[in-house]
Design a protein around this ligand. Structure first.
Ligand code: HEC
Ligand code: HEC
Length: 239
């Protein structure tokens, strides 16, 4: 009974967390006093780690073909889902909703037919690979990016386009980077998620870090240059 109750509570949390994230930042919105955030998750969704055993089977049945054994991904085909930095910045809400809805216009199909508990089980399985603390609450609470769209576009085209495709279109152009300019990605991630991923990169993938510090930095972009890219990306889906 207690188990059923906790599942119900988790389901209610998933349902109540379905509000859309804040709209695209324009970069010159100085109206509000408090720093705006693109906070997506208000209450963290708790997932029972013991669901991981069931999740492993479900992963093998539904995901392994694309995301590979141990969800390590395959460059240019499907991203790693067990990458340390990826899991560390990803909230359960982001993972659950991405699996449920897929990413329109990419190779990632929706899995809503599996139902909430099976999707939670898969997330529990992915989380069992986590080696870094879950930073998603702090990352999602970061302020919204403020910056210059034109400068952001120039940096994007110079540095990111070769892997992420024109307008962040993703694998379609033959690169290895995911579709970071598609609404299916942007509607589900906060500016903090984008910022920290761009700063720190993802170990053992072709996504290097572009921040000023960190072990894997390939080209140092300033915090402002990174925010410029984020405000540019936020304009892409409406273009
Ligand atoms: C037919 C291939 C395919 C299958 C099957 C598939 N995926 Fe994906 N998945 C992709 C691709 C391709 C992307 C990257 C989309 C893009 O370019 O942004 C992706 C992206 C994702 C992401 C976002 C990762 C990130 O870096 O932000 C998650 C989470 C995910 N998939 C989970 C799953 C799970 C869980 C399953 C099984 C229930 C699954 N996928 C099945 C192809 C697939
Ligand atoms: C050398 C290729 C390469 C370059 C250059 C590159 N990326 Fe990536 N990026 C990747 C790959 C590959 C991934 C996904 C990791 C994986 O496959 O597991 C990724 C993932 C990301 C993600 C997470 C997307 C998601 O689906 O969760 C963001 C955000 C991102 N990159 C932003 C950028 C930005 C901004 C730039 C330019 C400053 C950039 N990247 C440059 C290869 C690259």
């Amino acid at each position: 009974m207690a188990k059923i109750l906790s599942i119900l509570v988790a389901m209610m949390l998933v349902l109540s967390g379905c509000d859309k994230p804040a709209g695209p930042s324009t970069g010159n919105d100085k109206a509000s006093e408090a720093p705006a955030t693109t906070k997506v998750a208000d209450k963290p969704i708790v997932i029972d780690p013991s669901l991981a055993t069931a999740g492993k089977t479900l992963y093998a049945q539904n995901c392994i073909f694309c995301h590979q054994a141990d969800a390590i991904g395959k460059p240019g085909f499907a991203p790693s889902l067990t990458n340390h930095e990826f899991l560390s910045v990803s909230s359960n809400k982001f993972l659950l909703s991405t699996i449920r809805d897929g990413r329109a216009g990419t190779g990632m199909p929706p899995f809503s037919h599996l139902g909430k508990q099976d999707i939670e089980s898969i997330v529990a399985y992915l989380r069992s690979y986590a080696t870094l603390p879950d930073r998603s609450a702090e990352v999602d609470a970061q302020p919204a990016a403020q910056g210059d769209i034109t400068r952001g576009q120039a940096s994007f085209e110079l540095i990111c386009l070769t892997c992420h495709g024109p307008g962040g279109n993703g694998y379609a152009a033959g690169g290895t980077g995911t579709a970071i300019g598609k609404a299916g990605t942007l509607d589900k991630v906060t500016d903090g998620f984008l910022r920290v991923t761009i700063q720190e990169g993802r170990t053992n993938t072709r996504m290097l870090g572009f921040g000023k510090e960190g072990p894997r930095v390939m080209a140092a972009l300033s915090d402002q240059e990174i925010d410029d890219i984020i405000v540019y990306l936020r304009t892409v889906p409406s273009k």
